[in-house]
Write a protein that binds this ligand. Structure first.
Ligand code: XMP
Length: 323
């Protein structure tokens, strides 16, 4: 019978057998899959694993700290964090086109990751021959079931990998579905915020600012997003909602009034959706009181935002993200 305990024991044994006394690298994205894969491999081979986290500056409030502090505390994993915010912001300067943003973020990510990888390989120690990936069963099916090579969906995995991959892959989640991965993560003692995390795009908040991405806009959006997430969690709605992008319309301004003054600020869009697999989605019928609280808090607490609007479009025709 299937138990998380037996899955963990079986995978730990297999990973030990595969890796032996060599070393492995794993890229952490902040998401569930890479976190659980890394935790499993860490349990199997300990310090023979090094994780890499590229901080591109496009994460939501508190997420980088979650990886750097909570994940490390829970697993004891050896982690290399690369602070690349400047680099990403410089590369994104003046860019408004969504696909252009994705390309730039993907390209910079690979460069930074490869650099970190080269540094790890250059360290003293046994050969680094393995790359850990959080491939799930649905990914395996979708990609035709092959193994041993890097088979990455370019669009949906900006946390992606170098093309000229010479590593052997370690994929301990290949037989699991998402909910099983969450159970394994929980059993491994990972923080709740990581285990229950909703889908979040690799390019992060970079594709939730309609317009150019700047530090100021990111900070503003991070605040609005944190408020929305806080209120949705407080209302107990996390399990009902597939995800809720919070989008800043940076190139739009509208007139408002605050105190006895006129304001001319930006709108924030709430995009709560329900979905099974993100291929199709419906807009979530959130309780009005929750929407009201989010709206009041965002307009009061986030400077330069004077309007909150709700996206009531299903997918299709709308996508889940605005970019
Ligand atoms: P759309 O907007 O296409 O999103 O309806 C479907 C799902 O994919 C996520 N998404 C991305 N994930 N890199 C990612 O890793 C991306 O460039 C990207 N674009 C969209 C989106 O959050 C949703 O879960």
């Amino acid at each position: 019978t299937w138990t998380t305990g037996s899955v963990i024991d079986e995978q730990v044994a297999l990973i030990r057998e595969q890796v032996g006394d060599r070393r492995a690298i794993c890229g952490l994205s902040g998401g569930v899959d890479s976190a659980v894969a890394a935790a499993l491999v860490q349990r199997a081979i300990g310090s023979q694993l090094t994780c890499v986290y590229v901080d591109h500056g496009l994460m939501r409030k508190g997420e980088t700290e979650q990886v750097e502090k909570d994940f490390v505390a829970a697993t004891g994993v050896q982690l290399k964090v690369v602070d690349a915010e400047e680099r990403f912001l410089t590369a994104l300067k003046g860019v408004s086109d969504p696909e252009e943003k994705r390309k730039i973020i993907g390209r910079e990510f690979i460069r930074v990751f490869e650099q970190a990888q080269a540094e790890i390989i250059a360290d003293e120690g046994p050969a680094v021959e393995f790359l850990v990936q959080g491939t799930l069963y649905p990914d395996v099916v979708e990609s035709g079931g092959g193994t041993g090579t890097a088979n990455i969906k370019s669009h949906h995995n900006v946390g992606g990998l170098p093309e000229d991959l010479e590593f052997q892959l370690v994929e301990p989640l290949r037989k699991l579905f998402k909910d099983e991965v969450r159970m394994v993560g929980q059993e491994l003692g990972l923080p709740e915020e990581i285990v229950q995390r909703q889908p979040f795009p690799g390019p992060g908040l970079g594709i939730r600012i309609v317009g150019e991405v700047t530090k100021e806009r990111l900070d503003l959006l991070r605040e609005a997003d944190a408020i929305a997430r806080e209120e949705l969690t407080a209302a107990g709605l996390d399990r009902e909602i597939w995800q809720c992008p919070v989008v800043l319309l940076a190139d739009v301004r509208s007139v408002g009034v605050q105190g006895d003054g006129r304001t001319y600020g930006h709108p924030i869009v709430l995009r709560p959706v329900s979905s099974e697999d993100a291929m199709t989605a419906d807009w979530s019928r959130l309780p009005y009181e929750v929407l009201a609280r989010i709206s009041t808090r965002i307009t009061n607490e986030v400077t330069d935002v004077n309007r909150v609007v709700l996206d009531v479009t299903s997918k299709p025709p709308g996508t889940i993200e605005w970019e």
